[in-house]
Write a protein that binds this ligand. Structure first.
Ligand SMILES: [Zn+2]
Length: 296
């Protein structure tokens, strides 16, 4: 079932969830000697939404359905069905046949009605439903939408596809079909989408990663994609999460720190691509770092 709608000025946000999974603090923070000490410190404000009673961090893969005054927008498109993700350690993503499209419709986003698709970046859990398999061909899931491909991100994955078979498959089943159908627009990382909605660069987790900013009637929100994977990172913004490549960890750390400073200083709502519902919350200063307060 989709989340309840969250009002942000004249806009509303609903979550259509594809996957919910528990993860461990040890897995999230591979460089840390005592990851569970971080968890115990943050536990009072992580409970009950972001950690379960067994001490597992909860992670979600979902799409944000954003309705503004004039646009119906989806942010990130999950893993997708029928995708060959064999090899590596992504068994849970391989050849899925989940009911995500029903979830999306229940969240108010009939694919036919969607105006804009944003991928905060082009990892496999953010682009999967860009395209779906129909009669043996990959076709855009959102037939009328403008798909915004952020230039440095798209160029990076096109280059990677030349070298890596798994990336080639992802480009072929989730990105190139959108280009071939004439629905992709290659855009700068600071694109203004409408007077209420724009992109801002948050590179680091991936080379062209972007945030999506929403501002309506004086209420501000930022969709941070994978700049943070779990609210627990508010407590330890400098610690590298398992998903940030070591070679870009410095940039990812700086980006994360800047986002947290901005949210704590302004009261802006923060929404992560993998935060479990209600997902939205406010960042508060706590000692040298921060904590996350879910907005209900
Ligand atoms: Zn992700």
């Amino acid at each position: 079932m989709p989340s309840a709608a969250l009002g942000i000025g004249d806009a509303s946000v609903v979550i259509a969830q594809e996957i919910l999974m528990p993860t461990s603090a040890r897995w999230l923070f591979p460089d840390e000697a005592e990851p569970f000490a971080i968890l115990e410190r943050a536990r009072p404000w992580l409970e009950p939404h972001f950690v379960n009673e067994r001490g597992h961090l909860l992670q979600s893969i979902h799409t944000y359905v954003v309705r503004t005054r004039d646009l119906l927008v989806v942010i990130d498109t999950g893993v997708g069905n029928d995708k060959d993700r064999s090899g590596g350690n992504l068994e849970g993503w391989h050849m899925r046949s989940g009911p995500f499209l029903e979830e999306l419709r229940a969240a108010g986003a009939d694919p036919e009605w969607v105006d804009v698709v944003v991928n905060t970046h082009m990892h496999g859990d953010h682009v999967g439903w860009n395209a779906r398999l129909v009669d043996g061909r990959w076709v855009p899931t959102f037939p009328r939408a403008r798909y915004l491909f952020v230039r440095p991100e798209w160029e990076h994955w096109q280059r990677e596809a030349e070298r890596t078979e798994a990336v080639r498959r992802l480009v072929d089943d989730s990105l190139q079909p959108v280009v071939d159908a004439g629905r992709a627009e290659v855009v700068p990382a600071d694109l203004r989408i409408s007077d209420e909605l724009w992109l801002e660069p948050s590179h680091g987790h991936s080379p062209g990663h972007v945030n999506v900013r929403l501002s309506s009637r004086g209420v501000d929100a930022v969709f941070v994609g994978d700049a943070l994977h779990s609210p627990i990172q508010c407590a330890v913004p400098d610690v590298r999460p398992t998903f940030d490549r070591p070679e870009s960890a410095t940039q990812a750390r700086a980006t994360r720190g800047a986002i947290l400073e901005q949210c704590a200083g302004s009261g802006m709502l923060m929404l992560g691509a993998h935060f479990t519902p209600p997902a939205a919350g406010r960042v508060r200063r706590e000692g040298e770092a921060f904590r996350f307060e879910a907005a209900l």
